[in-house]
Structures are given as structure tokens and as C-alpha cells.
Design a binder for this molecule. Structure first.
Ligand SMILES: C[S@@+](CC[C@H](N)C(=O)[O-])C[C@H]1O[C@@H](n2cnc3c(N)ncnc32)[C@H](O)[C@@H]1O
Length: 190
């Protein structure tokens, strides 16, 4: 497994107040513009930083992560908050336990820089999306800064575009949230 993976021991930091301030989930989801009747997957959901607000906006969310510890915290929060439209599933590195073309939109936040085989990962994202479906990638901006991963672990927009465009996506738009985070929306080609 890649040495860049988020250590589950540090998972409490994922929902920190500081993160809420520099990457406000409500603002990000508003910018993405979700549809209330849509089905989304949060791939690499962690403890649910985006899963929970996403569930309040859309019909159904599939929350996937490779780490059981993350999913267990998320399940606990879902129970406490009485959120019933999230299905929590443990996945493998490049294999998501979902049928082909089930999903209208995918959110994958701060996951790609941890992924071992990005092309395989993008292919799997493509497989579960319906044609015309949306893929929103959020990543650390490729710049040196005190917080977050070192510069050489960060991904350039060019790198993300190359992977996406070579696996059946077209680029739709991009965002920047604070100086720290970028977002890119791709669409699955027909
Ligand atoms: C930095 S955390 C981000 C969590 C969450 N998306 C957020 O924004 O708070 C990265 C998460 O991706 C998960 N992850 C890493 N590689 C993965 C893969 N190949 N498939 C699914 N999840 C993965 C890690 O276990 C971790 O929970």
C-alpha cells in the first residue's frame, strides 16, 4: 500500500474546525450544484466530511473507503444523525463493490494523491458512472504550504487531466477554494 495513505490514527483531524473553515463543505457542494434526485458516490469518503452534507442534498449516497476504521466512524455519525440514505461500503484499492453505471455523480476528495494506480482507479470510477455522469475531483493545490502533504505528493491539474482524459472523461470546469484546494469536474463520455 502507498506510503502516501492517510493514517487512520489521524482520522479525527479530517473533521477539524480548521478544515471546515478552509474547505467549507456547504460552499463546495453549492458550487458543485447537486440535484436532489441524483445518486452520488463519495469515493475515499474517510469519516464523512463530505458524505454527511452530501446526503442532505441528494437522493442516495454510496460512501466507499478502503479503511474500516474510517467507515466505522462514519456509520456511527450516520446513526447519531439519523441519516438513512447512505450506504457504507468497504472497497479495495481499485475495485468498488458497485454495479456498472449505477451512479449519477462521484465526489472524490483528497484521495487521488494517495492512490497507487491512478489509471486503474479512474477506469473504475468510469465503470460505475452512467454515461454523461459527473466526476468531481478535489485535491490539494500543487504548491508548498505548511499544511497538507509535501509538494512532491501533490498532483498538478495537468496530471489529473491526463489521467481523466485517457480513461474516457472530458473536462467540464474547475474551481479553487482558498489557496489550498482545487476542484475539477469531468464528465463521462458517451
Ligand atoms: C485524506 S483522506 C480524505 C477523506 C475524505 N474524502 C475527506 O475529504 O475528508 C483520504 C481517504 O481516501 C481513502 N483512500 C485512499 N486510497 C483509496 C482507494 N484506492 N479507494 C478508496 N479509498 C481510498 C483513505 O483511506 C482515506 O480515508
Amino acid at each position: 500500500m502507498s506510503e502516501h495513505k492517510c493514517d487512520p490514527k489521524n482520522r479525527k483531524k479530517l473533521n477539524s474546525k480548521q478544515r471546515q473553515e478552509i474547505l467549507p463543505p456547504a460552499q463546495v457542494l453549492m458550487d458543485i450544484c447537486l440535484g436532489s434526485h441524483t445518486v452520488w458516490a463519495d469515493i475515499g469518503c474517510g469519516t464523512g466530511f463530505f458524505t454527511i452534507p452530501l446526503a442532505n442534498e441528494v437522493k442516495q449516497v454510496y460512501a466507499l473507503d478502503i479503511r474500516a476504521e474510517m467507515l466505522s466512524d462514519l456509520s456511527e455519525s450516520l446513526t447519531q444523525l439519523q441519516i438513512h440514505n447512505v450506504k457504507v461500503l468497504q472497497s479495495e484499492e481499485n475495485r468498488f463493490p458497485l454495479p456498472d453505471q449505477l451512479i449519477d455523480g462521484i465526489l472524490t476528495s483528497l484521495v487521488l494523491h494517495e492512490v497507487d494506480q491512478p489509471i486503474e482507479f479512474f477506469r473504475e470510477l468510469n465503470r460505475i458512472l452512467q454515461t454523461g455522469g459527473r466526476l468531481v475531483v478535489i485535491e490539494w493545490a500543487k504548491a508548498s504550504m505548511e499544511m497538507g502533504p509535501p509538494l512532491d505528493h501533490r498532483l498538478s491539474i495537468q496530471q489529473l487531466d491526463d489521467w481523466a482524459l485517457s480513461t474516457g472523461f472530458i473536462k467540464v470546469k474547475s474551481w479553487q477554494w482558498s489557496e489550498n484546494f482545487i476542484g475539477i469536474e469531468y464528465c463521462k463520455k458517451s
